[in-house]
Design a protein around this ligand. Structure first.
Ligand SMILES: [Zn+2]
Length: 392
């Protein structure tokens, strides 16, 4: 009898282990629905039925404490076409991002305003979704995994003869950290661009950054002149682990990389720092740095509090004046203490290099994000070219 019960228990344990391992891969089968959160960049911790055609998606941060950036991404496929109600539940956090929907992870649309109800007290959002036998992706922002960014890097390098790519370090999970480089032996002046330290920040960190960068590598006379005077060192994705894990904020060790530019406790920040310090040792000068992000209250720019905005001497104030005098865009410059352990402060504190944090807004129109980045890039190059002519 004992042996028989042992075997029965063993089978039960095996069965439970099997069903758990299925869930640990983050695929949930509930009624007619298959919910998949196993792809790179996905985040969904639990999916449960709470009523007729009514479900609840639990979304938790990978690490705490964390600021309120509740990233989620998963897909739903239904055996039969139906409308479901889906509650997005964030435990101690509140809903922030308007869900974006896509069938191919390339073309995205914000959910219709009448298909979402946000309970500002509980912090939950309830979505009305039409699901069918066609996989629907639902995410806080457009999904951009490390693979997507690296494919864009490969394509851009192939199309742009003066650009090269170098693996300059490895992340906590040993993923490559790429620098994209435009450099000439005879040019000493240089700029640095850094993007996507914070995983959910696609609007500024990917869409805005990319449009800005593409203007700098374009064949406009302005860009050609700029590149003849400045090297460009670009980190298009400094936190690939965090991005692929679907983290709200951190890298794979639970560290906010943009608070690690004093301690340098992580391989990602160490890699960027060491690469830049090596360039300076080789005789290059760092003349400007821009770090791309996204905020709930963006767009704005974080500027150093040591720079007196009234003086037109500074590159940042000239750049902002150039944008405001010549385009429809107004720049909100927010000053922050340069003692904070942010990336852009490190440039100032180390080299006395002017630098900004470029912040876009969570729900800004994507075409406006691209247009703004392009205009900002043009005036950035004009300012930097003027520096060469007048030695500002
Ligand atoms: Zn950020």
């Amino acid at each position: 009898m004992k042996i028989k019960s042992f075997i029965v228990h063993g089978i039960l344990v095996l069965f439970l282990l099997f069903s758990c391992s299925k869930e640990s891969k983050n695929v949930f089968n509930v009624d007619q629905l298959k919910i998949d959160a196993s792809f790179k960049g996905a985040r969904l911790n639990l999916f449960e039925k709470i009523g007729d055609n009514s479900y609840k998606a639990h979304i938790y941060p990978a690490f705490e404490p964390v600021n309120k950036s509740p990233w989620f991404a998963f897909s739903i496929t239904s055996k039969t076409a139906q409308e479901i109600q889906l509650k997005l539940y964030y435990k101690n956090y509140k809903h922030r991002y308007i869900p974006k929907l896509s069938y191919d992870k390339v073309h995205w649309k914000k959910i219709d305003a009448n298909s979402i109800h946000i309970d500002t007290v509980s912090g939950e959002a309830t979505l009305k979704l039409k699901v069918e036998n066609k996989t629907l992706f639902i995410a806080a922002q457009e999904i951009e995994s490390s693979e997507d960014t690296y494919n864009w890097v490969s394509k851009t390098i192939k199309e742009t003869e003066f650009l090269r790519r170098e693996i300059v370090g490895r992340t906590v999970k040993k993923q490559p950290i790429y620098a994209v480089i435009s450099e000439s032996d005879t040019v000493k002046k240089s700029i640095v661009l850094i993007a996507r330290q914070h995983p959910p920040e696609i609007p500024g960190g990917t869409i805005g950054f990319r449009s800005f960068f593409e203007e700098l590598i374009s064949d406009s006379p302005l860009a050609i002149k700029f590149r003849a005077s400045y090297n460009m060192y670009t980190f298009p994705l400094l936190n690939p682990d965090g991005v692929d894990m679907g983290n709200w904020r951190h890298n794979a060790k639970g560290i906010d990389l943009n608070r690690d530019w004093v301690d340098f406790s992580q391989p990602e920040t160490q890699t960027a720092r060491d690469f830049i310090l090596d360039k300076v040792k080789e005789g290059k000068n760092i003349n400007y740095a821009i770090d791309f992000h996204t905020s709930h209250s963006g767009p704005y720019m974080l500027v150093l509090d040591s720079i007196n905005q009234k003086k037109v001497k500074g590159l940042t104030s000239r750049w902002i004046k150039g944008i405001e005098d010549n385009s429809k865009f107004e720049v909100e410059a927010r000053k922050r203490s340069q003692a904070l352990p942010y990336c852009y402060n490190w440039f100032y504190n180390t080299f006395k290099t002017e630098a900004v944090t470029y912040e876009d807004g969570d729900e800004e129109d994507r075409e406006i994000i691209k247009e703004r980045a392009k205009i900002y890039a043009q005036h950035f190059m004009k300012t930097m070219n003027l520096k060469i002519e007048k030695e500002l």
